[in-house]
Write a protein that binds this ligand. Structure first.
Ligand SMILES: C[S@@+](CC[C@H](N)C(=O)[O-])C[C@H]1O[C@@H](n2cnc3c(N)ncnc32)[C@H](O)[C@@H]1O
Ligand code: SF4
Ligand code: SF4
Length: 349
């Protein structure tokens, strides 16, 4: 039985993202199919009304958790540098097996998944089959296939492969308009190379005759780059469709050991949209409910042993949704230390 509170639970959607879109991006959205628009409508409406589909709207598939960079703010870097256990053991790194990936996509299509994002912790362009995986998802009818990338490997050859495969959204992470600051945040990267890769995309897309992928460059706003967004927009606005910044999530605190972790004040009447929108599958099949469960403390299933549609509605998943619906998200340990509810508070001020 759910004990609903008297006050309406608020379910903020994408509240920590701030973006400037150019005309191309505005028209791009308008030109999408009715299916796409329906999926975007559900993305906003389903969590607000706690509507649960047969499967998630978006499946995040971590094609690899390997990475060519060591960005200090990234949870992956912290996990590795500090040897923090994940799902109770040392983090295993690797690449998704293509046959397993195909099975996941087939199941996703059967349960009505509309979008797949091909990364979580790691750099998707390190997977040798990335373009083939994108093509497979597109051929099976996934409406929105997207990746986040640090962009270092997205040279002309790879970019052409991704465009040809039908990638819908190419989202670059690039944390400062200034070389020195950038290379101090994106450790192991090369400012000039990535800028050149990003600047090439528009003409390659034009050459292909396609209007996909939609492109975005975003920075995570931190103390090192807090006053740089204006210059950031100037640097990229002619080259990509969207320039954006997102809130920094303090992973060191979130990942800290045991009870030394930050205990946050409970925010009244919050429920997390991700529980009705997304599901995450790691390269080796572990399933978690959200982007914030970095240490995989709330694993809801194993895609190597169970069907995704069964995991989506199983007891453990239902339990976390119920706690959120009754205004009691704080009773779930990972949610009690998560900063997602606080982003909502900031929005209201
Ligand atoms: C973990 S990365 C994986 C994909 C790819 N390697 C990349 O850098 O885009 C996904 C996104 O998380 C962002 N990110 C990394 N650390 C973060 C933090 N502490 N808070 C918020 N976002 C963060 C990155 O900038 C990137 O846009
Ligand atoms: S490139 Fe992406 S995954 Fe790799 S360390 Fe940086 S933010 Fe993390
Ligand atoms: S930890 Fe809880 S509140 Fe935070 S993103 Fe995950 S489900 Fe949402």
């Amino acid at each position: 039985m759910i004990k609903m509170t008297d006050e309406k639970i608020k379910v903020p959607v994408d509240q920590n993202f701030n973006q400037f879109k150019d005309q191309f991006a505005i028209e791009w959205e308008a030109k999408r199919t009715e299916d796409y628009k329906e999926y975007r409508r559900k993305w906003v409406e389903n969590p607000k009304d706690f509507i649960l589909e047969e499967g998630p709207l978006n499946l995040d598939i971590e094609v690899t958790n390997c990475c060519n960079l060591k960005c200090p703010m990234c949870p992956r870097t912290v996990l590795i540098n500090e040897n923090i256990p994940v799902n109770g053991e040392k983090l295993k790194t690797g690449f998704i097996d293509f046959e397993f990936y195909k099975d996941i996509i087939d199941q996703a299509v059967d349960m009505g998944v509309k979008a797949v994002k091909l990364n979580w912790l790691g750099e998707p362009t390190m997977h040798k089959d990335l373009a083939n995986m994108i093509r497979y998802a597109k051929d099976k009818g996934i409406i929105d296939v997207l990746i986040n990338t640090n962009g270092l490997f997205v040279d002309e050859k790879l970019a052409e492969g991704l465009i040809k495969a039908g990638l819908d959204k190419l989202l670059f992470s690039f944390d400062s308009p200034y070389k020195e600051v950038y290379e101090n945040i994106r450790i192991g990267s090369d400012y000039d190379k990535v800028i050149s890769n990003i600047k090439n995309i528009k003409s390659l897309r034009e050459k292909s005759g396609s209007d996909t992928p939609l492109t975005r460059v975003s920075m995570v706003l931190m103390k090192e780059n807090a006053d740089q967004f204006k210059d950031f927009v100037e640097l990229f606005k002619e080259h990509v469709d969207i320039v954006a910044w997102s809130e920094y999530t303090n992973k060191e605190e979130l990942l800290g050991e045991g009870r030394k972790r930050l205990k946050r004040e409970k925010i009244k009447n919050f429920a997390c949209a991700q529980l009705w929108q997304r599901m995450f599958v790691t390269w080796n099949g572990k399933v978690v409910v959200c982007c914030a469960d970095i240490k995989m403390e709330y694993v809801v299933g194993d895609a190597k042993k169970e069907k995704l549609k069964d995991i989506w509605k199983n007891e453990k998943y239902t339990n976390i949704r119920m706690r959120h619906m009754e205004g009691n998200y704080n009773s779930i340990p990972i949610c009690s230390v998560c900063d997602m509810p606080e982003f909502d508070e900031k929005e209201q001020k």
